[in-house]
Each structure stands twice: as structure tokens, then as C-alpha cells.
Design a protein around this ligand. Structure first.
Ligand code: FE2
Length: 140
């Protein structure tokens, strides 16, 4: 399943860029689904987990920096995905569980839904705050 092109763009460059990098990584995993348990898949899963953690840390710090009120709710959503990725890294990486299409679909579905809801709301907040700051610093 492909990540619908354009559906993930939120208009905040660093968020869009991080999301595209994560999408690329999931796409690589989807291509290698039959080599579950291989060294290559283990490496990809570890890289995906690490990149996702870094992205979530960046988002959560940005939320704190701009006093975003839904930060705790958003962090809980991040935590749930990290748990799923840790499961994939440990169980699939060790060969105990086979990486299958349903797992990849779950990953795409989670990312698409999260980006379309929680991340979209945060991106709007950033964009409104930028407009607000411009309005208060502009003298007429
Ligand atoms: Fe997020």
C-alpha cells in the first residue's frame, strides 16, 4: 500500500520533511517484507524506530516551546506507535514473528491517521501562531 502522495503535506517544512523520511523508510520495509528476520530488515526496523523517536522528540519539544495545549494527548499517540515499533524490532527482528502485509498496513494506517488528525492540528497551530506574531509585530 502506498502512502497517498500529497496527503501528508501539512505546510510546515520540517514536519513534512520528517514525515517523508519516515514514509520512505516504511516503503523500504514494505519492499523487503519477504525477508523477515534478515539482517537487512533488522537494520531497517532499528533505523525506523530511531528516526521515529527523533521525529517525535522534535515534535514534542516544538509543542512545549509554543505552549500547545494538546501536547499530552499527542504524546500518548506517539507512545503507542513507539510500542508497536519496538515490538516489530524485537519480535520480527529476531525472527519470532514474521513481518506481514497486515503489519505494514497497520503502520501506514497509523501514520496516515495520525498525520491527518493530531499532526494536522499541531501544524495549524504553528501556522496560526506565525500569522499572529506577524500581526503583532507589524506597525500600521
Ligand atoms: Fe505527531
Amino acid at each position: 500500500m502506498a502512502w497517498p502522495h500529497g496527503a501528508r503535506l501539512l505546510g510546515v517544512e520540517w514536519i513534512d520533511s520528517d514525515h517523508m523520511a519516515l514514509g520512505k523508510r516504511v516503503g523500504e520495509l514494505a519492499e523487503r517484507i519477504r525477508n523477515s528476520g534478515s539482517e537487512e530488515v533488522k537494520t531497517l526496523l532499528s533505523a525506523l524506530l530511531q528516526e521515529t523517536q527523533s521525529h517525535f522528540t522534535r515534535e514534542e519539544q516544538a509543542m512545549k516551546d509554543c505552549d500547545y495545549t494538546r501536547v499530552e494527548h499527542h504524546k500518548e499517540a506517539h507512545h503507542r506507535l513507539l510500542e508497536f515499533l519496538e515490538f516489530l524490532r524485537d519480535d520480527v527482528g529476531s525472527g519470532q514473528t514474521a513481518l506481514d502485509e497486515k503489519m505494514i498496513d497497520n503502520l501506514w494506517n497509523w501514520l496516515n491517521a495520525h498525520i491527518a488528525t493530531e499532526d494536522r492540528a499541531f501544524a495549524k497551530h504553528i501556522q496560526w501562531q506565525a500569522i499572529d506574531n506577524t500581526a503583532t509585530t507589524t506597525s500600521f
